[in-house]
Design a protein around this ligand. Structure first.
Ligand code: AHG
Ligand code: MN
Ligand code: MN
Length: 283
């Protein structure tokens, strides 16, 4: 695991530099989810592929920006699924973006994730890393090296409400849930980048991030292997909860295809109980 974390540190420095120096704009290609790729999506994917290829214990890598898995070492132990540049369309607005990694043993699915991590490229570059048995740790880039800052844990109740998706497409019980949290005094905090939005909740100690299934997107938008399952591990290890619209743990998700999506709710205990109140028996 140490090796993987070291590799993620190198990736963070390289992608940060690419974000600062390289050209914006589209790459004239689209990924398997049908989304147009930005030059920075493609560049970040290449940086991660290059760094992870140096590790002997990686069997294969699966990227949000690649159609299928890339085999690396026949005898490798782990499969790493990653979103090279989450929120890449926010770079032109100079908002924070991130990279997300899930380390899986055997078939990539919720119950096989053994470690996960994200990098956040904001005013500062930070990494959060967790394993199945440890509390998430925050590292910060300072004077060209990463220093360990602290462990991240959530309180049982927070103050932030981060509701994803197009509001006109929300189902009525979802709208009621979001409005109920505002009535209770929760404050809106939504940047449109999953990494900074979830990081915000982790740093402030609680709240709800939701990306629901909508009338238009019956499976939601966010992807299981690259986005949802890695963050589910981080939230659970930080004493939080992570469920889907059927109120099942996101760590129980088993994708049938590598690019499968799911609805998702990440939060502290109180907010996830609220989700259950509004969602149970009401799909
Ligand atoms: P990506 O840039 O990897 O395609 O992911 C963007 C995601 C995620 O970062 C964010 O939470 C969500 O898209 C925002 O979607 P909406 O604009 O629909 O809220
Ligand atoms: Mn993403
Ligand atoms: Mn992406």
């Amino acid at each position: 695991m140490e090796e993987i974390l070291e590799s993620i540190k190198n990736i963070a420095v390289e992608i940060k530099s690419a974000i600062e120096k390289e050209e914006l704009g589209y790459a004239n290609s689209s990924n398997s989810s049908g989304e147009e790729q930005l030059k920075l999506d493609v560049r970040s994917d290449k940086i991660i592929e290059k760094e992870l290829s140096k590790l002997k214990n990686i069997k294969a890598i699966i990227s949000e920006e690649k159609e299928s898995q890339l085999k690396l070492n026949e005898n490798g132990e782990y499969i790493i699924c990653y979103d090279p540049l989450d929120g890449s369309s926010l770079v032109d607005a100079n908002l924070a973006v991130g990279s997300i990694f899930g380390v899986y043993k055997n078939t990539p699915k919720g119950e096989n994730i053994i470690a996960s991590s994200y990098i956040i490229y904001g005013p500062r570059v930070e990494i959060v890393f967790t394993t199945q048995t440890t509390t998430p740790v925050l590292y910060r880039l300072q004077n060209n090296q990463f220093i360990r800052v602290k462990e991240l844990t959530l309180n049982s109740k927070g103050k932030l409400n981060s509701p994803g998706g197009t509001q006109k497409d929300w189902k009525s019980h979802h709208k009621e849930l979001i409005e109920e949290l505002f009535r209770e005094g929760y404050r809106l905090r939504y940047s449109g980048g999953m990494v900074p939005d979830l990081h915000h909740i982790l740093i402030k100690g609680g709240g709800l991030f939701s990306y629901p299934a909508t009338i238009k997107n019956p499976k939601g938008k966010l992807r299981q292997l690259f986005e949802i399952i890695p963050f589910a591990l981080i939230f659970e290890r930080a004493n939080g909860k992570a469920i889907d619209e059927s109120c099942n743990r996101l760590l129980n998700l088993t994708p049938t295809h590598i690019h499968d999506r799911s609805s998702c709710f990440f939060g502290s205990e109180y907010e996830i109980e609220k989700v259950k109140e509004f969602y149970e028996n009401r799909k």
